[in-house]
Design a protein around this ligand. Structure first.
Ligand SMILES: Nc1ncnc2c1ncn2[C@@H]1O[C@H](COP(=O)(O)OP(=O)(O)OP(=O)(O)O)[C@@H](O)[C@H]1O
Ligand SMILES: [Mg+2]
Length: 456
């Protein structure tokens, strides 16, 4: 009972279905009872009319219920359904009910009129009439039979209710469900959105009652989009503004390095230059993240993944060579993906940069692309330390670096990859390259090869 109450309070759909069904049931029961009772009374009235008409016929035709007539029990008819016509006083009261001649033992003192009398345990409807000839006649019928007929015809009037009520309940349930379908579709649509998809919800096909709510959500979405945009712009502007003085500093440090100085001063200058370089790469990553998080125009043409691999390797091969890392692309298969070139470069560059950076000297990094279930599958595999299970969610957080990682980095690379992936609908998976030894990392990126215009 408590569960029902809770459900009623929480679900408008359930409340509507429940109360409408209850109302229909109550109305149907009341209407059924009333129509049953009135049909029952009507049938009795009709039967009384029949008794009256028989009496009137006897009177008008000057017929007298002589013993042979009274004796002629309608043998071919049903015993119960017969109408008994007799002269009042023709039979003496008998404890066994209808006497041998089929006559009712009725008291002669009965005045003219209709009665329901109990004759030796059996109820009869009796009409007493004094004819024009002064004869007192009785027309009677068994009450049990009359009730049976009346009940039958009353039940027939209730029949339509019995059939229509379940149909009506089904129609109500279906109608209410259909009424709430737009709301279910709307929540599904909002649920499936990525964080960046803050465009307004289409309210045109929604019921008028829900529209103000959706309009309010749209206003909130617009405010959130504006706030997020402002925040992103601030990060991008700040990073951009900081770049110029850092570039100037870097140039000054470069020129300083040309000057003559002591070994100790040169050592300190080296640390200074490394710091400046770290600052520059942090700013670059911040700018890329700000761009990755903002909504971008859908690409006009697909890009080749092999082409992206080549461009990224051109940039990163010096880094790999410095660490004597054997880096290369496996296989010749290519895939054309509908992602902007800048986004693809940012994804692949950050993943390959990580693979080179976290793999020890003399290690191996392999890139490959293939197709699976109609999606392009990019794999970047290294034989470095890999990422433990416990760290796999956290490494995607901005500025998070796994404990003990002594390499220089800002902790933004995987956040950039994830921001772009969620915007373009790509899936990222991290696995050990060797499950047995729990080392090495395989990053798998799965993305659609279908143009956005074809996907919808
Ligand atoms: N291929 C890999 N092998 C082992 N650990 C990795 C690998 N790639 C990423 N990691 C771990 O995940 C952490 C987060 O990586 P992420 O790319 O986000 O940041 P970063 O490399 O430290 O900095 P950035 O890429 O911004 O310069 C890294 O600190 C590193 O510990
Ligand atoms: Mg990185």
């Amino acid at each position: 009972m408590d569960g029902l109450k809770k459900h009623l309070n929480q679900s408008v759909q359930f409340k509507l279905s429940f109360t409408l069904s209850l109302a229909i049931l109550v109305v149907a029961i009341v209407a059924g009872v009333v129509s049953f009772m009135s049909a029952f009374d009507e049938a009795h009235e009709l039967q009384d009319d029949v008794l009256r008409q028989v009496a009137q016929l006897m009177d008008r035709q000057h017929l007298s219920p002589t013993p042979p007539i009274a004796d002629a029990r309608l043998k071919d008819g049903d015993e119960e359904s017969r109408v008994i016509v007799q002269r009042l006083g023709d039979s003496s009261p008998s404890p066994v009910g209808v006497d041998a001649g089929g006559l009712l033992p009725l008291p002669t003192t009965l005045a003219d009129g209709l009665y329901t009398l109990e004759v030796s345990g059996e109820a009869f409807r009796v009409l007493v009439k004094t004819t024009a000839a002064g004869e007192r006649i009785v027309v009677a019928q068994e009450s049990g039979f009359r009730n049976e007929i009346a009940r039958g015809s009353a039940l027939r009037t209730v029949m339509p209710f019995l059939v229509l009520v379940p149909v009506l309940l089904l129609i109500v349930a279906d109608l209410v469900r259909k009424m709430f379908r737009p709301i279910a579709t709307l929540s599904r649509e909002i649920d499936q959105r990525a964080e960046q998809e803050l465009h307004p919800v289409d309210e045109r096909h929604l019921p008028v009652e829900v529209r103000p709510f959706v309009v309010a959500i749209n206003r909130l979405l617009a405010r959130v989009a504006q706030a997020m945009d402002g925040q992103r712009r601030f990060v991008a502007d700040a990073a951009h503004e900081l770049r110029s003085p850092l570039t100037a500093l870097s140039l000054q440090a470069e020129r300083l390095a040309e000057a003559r100085m002591s070994g100790q001063a040169r050592e300190r200058l080296m640390t200074l230059r490394q710091g400046i370089e770290r600052g520059r790469s942090l700013l670059d990553q911040l700018l890329t993240l700000a761009r990755a998080q903002s909504a971008a125009e859908p690409p006009k043409s697909p890009v080749s993944v092999q082409g992206i691999f080549r461009r990224v390797l051109e940039d990163l091969i010096p880094l790999a060579e410095a660490k004597r890392i054997d880096i290369g692309v496996e296989g010749l298969q290519d895939a054309q993906v509908w992602v902007s070139e800048l986004d693809m470069i940012a994804i692949v560059k950050n993943l390959v940069d990580n693979a080179i950076r976290y793999t020890p000297e003399g290690g191996r990094v392999d890139l490959s692309v293939g197709m699976a279930e109609g999606r392009a599958v990019l794999r970047i595999e290294d034989n470095g330390p890999g990422i433990p299970f416990a760290e796999r969610d956290r490494v995607f957080d901005p500025f998070y670096r796994t404990p003990g990682s002594e390499r220089i980095g800002s902790g933004l690379g995987l956040s950039i990859v994830q921001a772009i992936a969620s915007r373009i609908g790509a899936e990222i998976r991290l696995d050990f390259a060797s499950e047995a030894r729990q080392t090495g990392l395989i990053v798998t990126v799965q993305l659609s090869v279908i143009a956005p215009s074809q996907a919808t």
